[in-house]
Design a protein around this ligand. Structure first.
Ligand SMILES: Nc1ncnc2c1ncn2[C@@H]1O[C@H](COP(=O)(O)OP(=O)(O)O)[C@@H](O)[C@H]1O
Ligand SMILES: [Mg+2]
Length: 295
C-alpha cells in the first residue's frame, strides 16, 4: 500500500505544484519509488508540468481526468482505474534498471462542477445537506485511496480552496508538506491549514499538539537570504514544525515549471537547485510516516 503525501496551503502561488512535481521526480529517480501525482487543482499546473498542454488536453477530451474518475466511479464498485492514469510521465529520464517512475492522474477544470453535480445527485436521497457532504467527501477519499494499491507513493497536489477533493486529500494524507513564502500574510494562512490538517477548531487546540506529533511540516520557499526573512521564519517555527530543507528563489526552479519534450537528467532539469532538492527529498522521504511499510 502506498503512502500518501499531500502538498497544501490555503494560499496560491507559494510553490505547491512546483514542489509536488519536484518531489515526484526526486522520489522516482533517487528512491526508486513508483509515484502517482494526483492533480486536485482546477488550474492543472502539475498536469501541465508533467505532460505538457497537448497530452493534458487529450486526456480531457478522452474523459480521463480526476473529475471523470470521481464521476464515473462514484456509484460503482471498483473496477480497473488504470484508464485514468498516464504512465511514465515527466521530463526526467529514469534508469531502466530501477522501478522508479512518475504517473499522473490528470487534473480537470471541471472538478468543482462535478463535485456540485455529485452533491445534487445525492441530495435527492438524503435530506441533510451536511450528511450528504460528509458522504461525498468520504467516497472521494475512498476513490483516491484505491490508487494506493498500484503505487509506492501518491502525491496529492492540492488546490488553495476547500473543495471536497482538497478536504478528502488532507484527510487521507499520511504527511503534508505546506510550502510558504515568508511574508506577513503567510503566518495566517499556515495557521488555517494547520488547524484543518490537525482537525482542530482553535489556535489553542492546535498549540496543545506537540510539533513532533503533527502530521505536517512547513517548507520555506523562494528565499532571498535577507535578515527580515530569517526573522519571519524563526517566528513561524515557534508555532509550526518546519523542515530543515529550504528552497531559494531560483531560475532553475522557475524554469522547471516548463515541460520539455526531450527527457533530461535530474541535474540538467534542476541545475543549481539540485542540492536543495536533494536535501528536501532526503528529509521528506526519510520521514517515518512516508517510509515504505513492510509488506
Ligand atoms: N523556489 C522558486 N524559485 C523561483 N520560482 C518559483 C519557486 N517556487 C515556485 N516558483 C514559481 O512561482 C510560481 C507559482 O508556483 P506554483 O508551484 O504554481 O504555486 P502554487 O501551486 O502554490 O499555486 C510559478 O511560476 C513557479 O515557477
Ligand atoms: Mg498549484
Amino acid at each position: 500500500m502506498a503512502q500518501f503525501l499531500a502538498v497544501s496551503n490555503r494560499k496560491g502561488g507559494v510553490g505547491k505544484s512546483t514542489i509536488a512535481v519536484m518531489l515526484a521526480h526526486a522520489a522516482a529517480a533517487w528512491s526508486g519509488r513508483r509515484v502517482l501525482v494526483m492533480d486536485l487543482d482546477t488550474q492543472c499546473n502539475a498536469s501541465l508540468m508533467l505532460v505538457g498542454g497537448l497530452s493534458w488536453e487529450r486526456a480531457c477530451r478522452a474523459g480521463h481526468t480526476i473529475a471523470d474518475y470521481f464521476y464515473d466511479r462514484f456509484d460503482k464498485v471498483a473496477q480497473d482505474e488504470s484508464a485514468y492514469v498516464l504512465s511514465d510521465v515527466g521530463d526526467v529520464a529514469h534508469s531502466r534498471s530501477s522501478p522508479g517512475r512518475v504517473s499522473l492522474l490528470p487534473g480537470s477544470q471541471r472538478l468543482e462542477e462535478i463535485q456540485g453535480e455529485l452533491l445534487l445527485k445525492h441530495s435527492k436521497k438524503d435530506l441533510h445537506a451536511d450528511a450528504v457532504a460528509v458522504q461525498v467527501r468520504g467516497r472521494m477519499k475512498r476513490l483516491m485511496k484505491h490508487f494506493g494499491m498500484d503505487f509506492d507513493l501518491v502525491i496529492l497536489d492540492c488546490p488553495p480552496g476547500l473543495s471536497f477533493a482538497a478536504l478528502a486529500a488532507l484527510d487521507l494524507a499520511d504527511y503534508v508538506v505546506v510550502p510558504f513564502r515568508p511574508d506577513f500574510v503567510s503566518q495566517f494562512a499556515l495557521d488555517r491549514v494547520a488547524m484543518l490538517i490537525e482537525r482542530v477548531e482553535t489556535a489553542e487546540q492546535l498549540a496543545a499538539i506537540a510539533h513532533s506529533e503533527r502530521r505536517y511540516a512547513c517548507l520555506a520557499n523562494c528565499l532571498n537570504g535577507s535578515g527580515h526573512e530569517r526573522l519571519l521564519i524563526e517566528q513561524l517555527a515557534l508555532d509550526h514544525p518546519l523542515l530543515k530543507a529550504r528552497l531559494p528563489a531560483s531560475d532553475s526552479i522557475a524554469r522547471a515549471f516548463d515541460w520539455e519534450e526531450a527527457r533530461q537528467t535530474m541535474e540538467a532539469k534542476y541545475g543549481d537547485a539540485m542540492p536543495y532538492l536533494r536535501a528536501l527529498h532526503d528529509e521528506v522521504l526519510g520521514d517515518a510516516r512516508l517510509r515504505e511499510k513492510a509488506a
